[in-house]
Design a protein around this ligand. Structure first.
Ligand SMILES: C[S@@+](CC[C@H](N)C(=O)[O-])C[C@H]1O[C@@H](n2cnc3c(N)ncnc32)[C@H](O)[C@@H]1O
Length: 242
């Protein structure tokens, strides 16, 4: 099960309006073009913004996510009919031979245990053609992004058609080693409803992430910065040997 944030229909419905700036996807689209990828698997595609963007550029895209409510939002988007949507966990991908796989929006951090992360990586590797690439980002732990996860640092507000005004913010509930737990709070002003979602993310060090990729059978070709969030993200470009 993914977090309520992605699984609860009302929350999935406000994911995009509350975070409308998707400049973070530009770097991924550029990498798809850089490697001439004709087929892309977007792991943890959520509400499908990146999958639809690529499909609109003629790329053959498969979007996978375990959260049915997020996939429902994705399927309703313009151009969604050109994407193949699959409800599944990263560790349970079907047999594929894609040119490139992505995990945008810090999906890599949802895999808390070493076993979950290793299973996701091995599954992604098996879904790539020999020589295919896996590209993902993870927040640099040195930046301690969670220090902004409080009402003042994370408040977002949107007026959503059909839902009215919605406010959202996060608050950290626990920090244990490299695991940061937090609560996301949503208030729907139209009917005075407040919904919450509990999450835990893992902040891997760069060497740890690189080592885990190599252990799962990848070659780490590059570690880049995210141009829209300089110094804050580690963007890995890994390759299935072949
Ligand atoms: C922060 S969202 C990012 C969504 C999307 N990639 C984006 O950039 O907007 C994290 C996504 O990871 C998905 N997720 C959670 N657990 C997962 C798993 N085990 N396998 C694949 N995706 C998972 C969630 O359902 C959610 O859609």
């Amino acid at each position: 099960m993914a977090d309520a944030l992605f699984e609860e229909p009302r929350l999935a419905g406000v994911y995009d309006p509350l975070d409308p700036d998707r400049d973070d996807l530009v770097v991924y689209a550029a990498i798809v073009a850089e490697f001439g990828a004709r087929s892309v698997l977007d792991i943890g595609c959520g509400t499908g913004t990146f999958a639809c963007l690529l499909a609109g550029r003629g790329v053959d895209v498969i979007g996978v996510d375990p959260a049915a409510a997020s996939l429902d939002v994705a399927r309703a988007k313009p151009g969604a009919g050109r994407v193949r949507w699959l409800r599944c966990d990263a560790a349970g991908l079907p047999p594929l031979q894609v040119d490139l796989a992505t995990m945008t929006g810090n999906v890599a951090q949802v895999f808390i245990t070493d076993a979950e992360w290793d299973a996701a990586l091995r599954s992604a590797r098996a879904a790539l053609r020999p020589g295919g690439r896996l590209v993902f980002e993870t927040r640099d732990p040195a930046v301690q992004a969670w220090r902004q996860w409080n009402r003042a640092g994370s408040l977002s507000r949107a007026v959503v058609p059909g839902a009215g005004a919605v406010e959202s913010w996060s608050e950290v509930t626990d920090i244990r080693g490299d695991l940061v737990s937090f609560r996301s709070i949503f208030t729907f002003e139209a009917d005075s409803v407040t919904l919450t979602s509990e999450s835990t993310l893992r902040f891997r060090q760069r060497d740890e992430a690189a080592d885990s990729l190599m252990a799962a059978g990848f070659i780490v070709d590059d570690l880049r910065d995210a141009p829209d969030r300089p110094g804050r993200e580690l963007v890995f470009v890994a390759r299935r040997p072949g």
